[in-house]
Design a protein around this ligand. Structure first.
Ligand code: NOJ
Length: 555
């Protein structure tokens, strides 16, 4: 397998609004980021991915872009961004921008001009259709719930929006739109950024004629017509050949409903490769059907199956993007771990995915084991998709159950402000009121406290990332799973150039007897990572402790 910097790096994701407020207005910003660059570097990561920093009405917190070439004033100026970019580069941190081109904001000039003058070229930048009588052009539903069409009285037409009403979809079949996308890419790459995370990039090509769907879902009806559309390969290749291949940069595409088979069409290494990596969602459905709002019981077996499938199917051909949290997912300890065993399960979950083959992504606050927010009322939520989903759920199950579901499933859980210390507002802002909630557990869970504790989750992440950096086996080794049918243990080995590594993870608090798989003698291995001090061995195995993790290295 070819070596590359993007395979060896670990990435820290910043969701700017809630990261750190540098100017005291209650909203996270670039000054705040600048003040935390040393902290980010200290984690042992190699890059920062910024969720959108661009000018935006913030209906979807930056994923609704009004100007691709300017910075949201609440976050600072282009000068501030350049300072962050330089500051990151000086510290050896690369910078990855979010490229959101499936849709724009309805406040983007293109969209406004297309309404003002329907004969202008900008009108065909979007999907405008006449209704069928009083009916919408088709039966598609937005992925944020509700119809995917909005009526515009002025021109008596509907426009397509797969996300919020304020996020009209771009018409990527229009070559002029693709030229705009390429220009945006060049603008940022010429400034010195190192790559893109491409937002719902697998949705950009819609089936010709936008046919209605024979299937009905409460959200995203019609998804089969765009989730892997007819011209996707072509457009991705065009972006790569015309722009990306001319720079030393990387891409990771966000790809809902992606399977390994389909992913390999895009990320198999070689001249036809479209993207370097993909964020798939399959492993985020071990406690739900498709996504967290269709909640089910957590099943380790489902998680393991997905992990192993992606590890095996891609090995030697393509590269994995590894994550357990981001700004769209509730906190993982609440889902796959245990708030009761917060420290233990956070460390175990970190090992589970970072010791796999791929590029690990860590979301802000994950490194200190932040938890879901204890929302008490729907009025405390601010995310558009949460509110829409709640309204649908309320009709089906009533208010109380819908709120419980939101508390479990909402992505607002990941958006409470980062907890820096025990001061007012967890040190996030000096303003009286931060823009969003501060988790009341901040007195206990915060960066400052974690810095002081050698056994903290934070220091464990540092040790884990250091271990990964110093041992190529973690990056380039192969992967084999053991005890596939266990409902408690997730065990795998990695092999590389004569070295072997055994990774043991315990999901749950009930003790089970672990015995090393055939061919492993634990007494000959070096215990390189563990979340309990007392890691004894008996009979080439041990009785597990709650959410235990151990990593052994064999020369
Ligand atoms: C995926 C982004 O991660 C999410 O936050 C956003 O709401 C949708 N795409 C729409 O851009």
């Amino acid at each position: 397998m070819q070596k590359s910097w993007y395979k060896e790096m670990a990435v820290y994701q910043v969701w700017p609004r809630s990261f750190c407020d540098g100017d005291g207005d209650g909203i996270g910003d670039l000054k705040g980021v600048l003040s935390k660059l040393d902290y980010i570097k200290s984690l042992g990561v190699d890059a920062i991915w910024f969720s959108p920093l661009y000018k935006s009405p913030q209906k979807d917190y930056g994923y609704d872009i009004a100007d691709y070439r300017s910075i949201q004033p609440e976050y600072g100026t282009m000068e501030d961004f350049k300072k962050v970019l330089d500051g990151a580069h000086e510290r050896g941190l690369r910078v990855i921008m979010d490229l959101v081109v499936n849709h724009t904001s309805d406040q983007h000039e293109w969209f406004k001009k297309g309404i003002e003058d329907p004969t202008s070229k900008y009108h065909s930048y979007y999907h405008w259709y006449k209704g069928k009588g009083k009916r919408r052009p088709n039966n598609w539903m937005s992925t944020f719930a509700g119809p995917a069409w909005e009526y515009n009285e002025k021109n008596d037409e509907y426009y397509l929006h797969l996300f919020a009403v304020e996020q009209p979809d771009l018409n990527m079949d229009n070559p002029e739109v693709r030229e705009e996308v390429k220009d945006i890419m060049k603008f940022w790459l010429d400034m010195g950024v190192d790559g893109f995370r491409e937002d719902v990039i697998t949705f950009i090509s819609k089936k010709e004629g936008l046919p209605s769907s024979p299937y009905w879902f409460p959200v995203a009806t019609g998804i089969e017509n765009y989730m892997h559309g007819p011209h996707l390969d072509e457009y991705l290749l065009e972006f790569k050949n015309d722009v990306l291949s001319k720079y030393d940069c990387m891409t990771v595409g966000e790809a809902p409903m992606m399977t390994t088979k389909k992913a390999l069409k895009h990320i198999t290494e070689g001249p036809d490769q479209h993207l370097n990596m993909m964020f798939h969602f399959e492993h985020m459905a071990a406690d739900c059907l498709f996504y967290s709002w269709f909640k089910t019981k957590f099943k380790l077996k489902n998680l393991k199956k997905v992990f192993s499938r992606w590890q095996k199917d891609l090995y030697g051909k393509a590269w994995n993007a590894l994550y357990l949290e981001n700004h769209d997912q509730p906190r993982v300890i609440n889902r796959y771990g245990s708030p009761e065993y917060r420290v233990e399960s956070a460390k175990m979950l970190a090992v589970t995915y970072i010791c796999q083959s791929g590029t690990p992504f860590i979301y802000q606050g994950q490194e200190i084991g932040m938890l879901n927010y204890p929302f008490e009322s729907i009025d405390q939520y601010t995310d558009v998709s949460t509110i829409n989903n709640y309204n649908v759920a309320k009709k089906i199950m009533g208010e109380e159950k819908a709120l419980n579901l939101a508390n479990y499933a909402s992505r607002d859980n990941a958006r409470s402000v980062v907890q820096w210390n025990t001061e007012k507002n967890a040190g996030f802002t000096t303003a009286d009121e931060p823009w969003f909630v501060v988790n009341p557990n901040y007195k206990e869970i915060n960066v400052e406290a974690a810095e002081k504790d050698p056994d903290s989750i934070l220091n464990f992440y540092r040790a884990l990332l250091k271990f990964r950096k110093e041992n190529e086996i973690v990056i380039y080794g192969d992967y084999k799973e053991h005890y596939k049918s266990s409902k408690t243990l997730y065990v795998y080995e990695r092999n590389y150039e004569g070295k072997r590594m055994l990774v043991i993870n315990v999901f749950g608090d009930k003790p089970v007897k672990f015995k090393a798989p055939k061919g492993f003698d634990l007494s000959k291995g070096k215990l390189v990572l563990a979340n309990y001090k007392d890691a004894d061995i008996q009979d080439n195995g041990f009785t597990t402790k709650p959410y235990e993790t151990r990593v052994y290295l064999f020369d």
